[in-house]
Design a protein around this ligand. Structure first.
Ligand code: ADP
Length: 641
């Protein structure tokens, strides 16, 4: 028997099996489920478990009789309203039955007239089935309605999730604190609020400022405010409340919400949301969404702060490097001068060897320090190109001059291909030569002795292409981009006797980019050689004036000059002076500005070599005074680290 059955259940309660048999045969025609109980107790058990359309109840039974059973049936919630038909021999007994009239009650006298019993039972069955149908329809309608609310809740949840995902994407894009603050405020309007304000604890807002976003007719307007004065009063109060202490988000009213943005245990900012304009109250879901936005915003702000700190550290590192390079450079000049002095004097052979070692090492050191200086200048945006229309062919010639000794020292063959026609670009010839020299030196450095190097210049409009290719150790694919980063070196199998700091290619890339060009490293992997390709924008138009390069001849000058060397570094002045004397010049030295001026007055030099950075009166000041005194004056040569 099942309650879901299309048929209705009819309960027959009688202690006499032969009477049960009679009822059965009468009611079978109705085609319903007939359930039999032999006692009141059994009937009670059954009504607990099943729903019945009607109960036929014999009044006279041993144990609990029919009336008592009916009373208990009525007490059960499930059966409180089930129709009961008493079967009795005495019509007047039925007055008692009125006491159970909560549900429908009827009675039938024995001996039973089959048609009467069948008719009464059928009425109740029909009623029951009608009720069931109505209930089923109602249930269906409720289920449908529930389904619909569930679906719209799911849609709502989806909207919120995609809002938060979008917010995370937007907030992930900027590492700038001010931009992040604006993004947070803009994101909140209009999805979460009519107006949103964010106040940061630190600059750019510091104490007092805020960023406000609010919907106006055309969209969302965002503005940075110096102080919270122009904020709507509700938002202003909420922000100042939240900033002055209490953690945890709080509703100032149903229409205003203040959320602290906390990361790593610190409150970085407060986000205020207002719905005063529209009057939509913040519900629990809104609060949850706002808090999720706040936590993403806090992370974004924290990242921006960390980034700022890292940048600051980076700037300090660069400043340190540039200072270091300057300081290292100062002692290099006197050492080189001293070596030159040794070269001009006859020295015993064993000392000549010493001199050459010092010479080679000091050149290497100078190159490294110069590269470092250049990199720090570039990272601080302090390099200026002296651009002019030039022929790249001439740049190639100059670079080759500088690199050839090193390339030949390693026994490499060098093939150079340059078009017959000039290739014009706007560029700084010295810097472009430096770029090519760097690439050629690297090719020589990272190729086993006796290798091959190709240097080619060609045009692929609108670019001029310079390529330096070698048969060297090659570069692993994952390092092709990274080699241009500062201090990056591929782990070398080759010994590192040539040293290097990993700044050369950084310099190459920055210089090429300053020219509006691009540089790229190519290699099929370790052992297969490397190629560095530079693309520079070619000059448009044919009529160009090409700066003529000097052909390396020194300008003619008298054999002996009067030279005043001014440098507060005594060694530097001493060694440079010595060098000039050996070349046949007459030299005086001065170690500060006033002495230099006094000496110049009496000595009347043709040339003054003037260190710019001196304590007290600096080189610029000395130069100005000398020019003021004497229009024609001596040739001034500036000297600086
Ligand atoms: P450095 O040569 O001082 O280490 P660079 O910036 O000039 O610094 O080069 C960076 C790194 O790129 C080198 O350490 C080397 O690993 C790799 N590299 C540069 N040029 C070549 C080349 N022609 N062949 C193979 N590797 C190279």
């Amino acid at each position: 028997m099942s309650d879901d059955d299309e048929r209705a259940n009819i309960l027959i309660v009688d202690d006499l099996p032969e009477k049960v048999l009679v009822y059965r045969s009468i009611l079978e025609d109705l085609g319903q489920n007939l359930v039999i109980a032999g006692s009141g107790e059994e009937a009670l058990r059954l009504v607990l478990r099943h729903e019945f359309a009607v109960i036929l109840l014999d009044v006279q039974m041993p144990g609990i009789d029919g009336f008592e059973t009916a009373g208990l049936i009525r007490k059960r919630r499930r059966s409180a309203h089930t129709p009961i038909i008493f079967i009795t021999a005495f019509a007047d007994e039925m007055r008692q039955a009125e006491g159970y009239a909560q549900g429908a009650v009827d009675y039938i006298l024995t001996p039973v007239v089959p048609e009467v019993l069948r008719a009464k039972v059928r009425v109740f069955v029909d009623l029951f089935r009608m009720a069931q149908q109505v209930r089923r329809q109602a249930e269906e309608r409720i289920a449908l309605a529930e389904e619909r609310t569930k679906r719209s809740a799911a849609e709502e949840a989806n909207r919120r999730l995609s809002f938060l995902a979008g917010a995370a994407a937007v907030l992930g894009q900027s590492l700038d604190v001010a931009v992040t603050a604006r993004d947070v405020a803009r994101l909140a309007v209009p999805f979460l609020a009519d107006a949103a304000a964010i106040a940061l604890r630190e600059p750019p807002h510091g104490a007092g400022g805020a960023t406000l976003a609010r919907a106006d007719g055309r969209g969302v307007r965002v503005e940075d405010l110096r102080d919270t004065g122009p904020l709507p009063a509700g938002l202003r109060n909420a922000l100042s409340h939240a900033l002055s202490g209490s953690s945890g988000s709080r509703s100032e009213s149903e229409l205003i919400l203040a959320l602290p943005l906390r990361a790593r245990g610190r409150t970085l900012a407060v986000l205020g949301l207002s719905r005063e304009e529209s009057g939509r109250e913040f519900g629990p879901v809104d609060l949850a969404t706002a808090e999720a936005l706040a936590s993403r915003a806090a992370i974004a702000l924290d990242n921006a702060r960390l980034h700022r700190e890292v940048q600051h550290a980076d700037r300090q590192k660069n400043e340190f490097l540039s200072m270091l390079a300057h300081e290292l450079r100062n002692p290099l000049a006197p050492i080189r001068n001293a070596v030159e002095v040794m070269r001009l004097r006859q020295v015993p052979p064993e000392l000549a060897w010493v001199r050459d070692v010092i010479d080679r090492q000091i050149r290497q050191l100078t190159r490294l320090v110069d590269d470092l200086l250049d990199v720090s200048r570039i990272t601080r945006g302090k390099i200026e190109l002296r651009t002019e229309p030039i022929d790249l062919g001439a740049v190639v010639t100059h670079a080759l001059e500088a690199s050839r000794p090193f390339v030949e020292a390693k026994g490499h063959r060098l093939a150079v291909a340059v078009p017959r026609e000039p290739v014009h670009v706007i560029g700084d010839p010295a810097r472009l030569a430096q770029v090519l020299t760097n690439l050629l030196n690297n090719a020589a450095k990272y190729t086993e002795e006796g290798g091959q190097i190709w240097l080619t210049l060609r045009t692929e409009a609108p670019e001029a292409i310079l390529s330096v290719r070698d048969t060297g150790i090659g570069i692993p694919p994952d390092m092709l981009k990274a080699v241009f980063d500062l201090f990056i070196q591929v782990e070398q199998a080759i010994d590192r006797a040539q040293g290097g700091l990993g700044v050369g290619l950084t310099l190459v890339k920055r210089l090429v980019e300053l020219h509006g060009g691009r540089v790229e490293a190519r290699s099929a992997g370790p052992g297969t050689g490397s190629e560095f390709v530079i693309g520079l924008p070619m000059m448009q138009g044919a009529a160009v004036r090409i700066a003529d390069f000097r052909d390396g001849q020194m300008a003619t000058a008298p054999a002996s000059l009067r030279v005043l060397v001014v440098d507060d570094n005594v060694d530097a002045a001493e060694s440079l002076g010595k060098l000039l004397e050996l070349e046949g010049h007459e030299v005086r030295r001065a170690h500060d500005g006033p002495t230099a001026l006094a000496t110049a007055d009496v000595f009347r030099p043709d040339v003054i070599v003037l260190d710019l950075g001196m304590p007290g009166m600096d080189g610029f000041e000395v130069a100005r005074r000398i020019r003021d005194r004497d229009e024609g004056g001596p040739l001034l040569v500036a000297l600086t680290g």
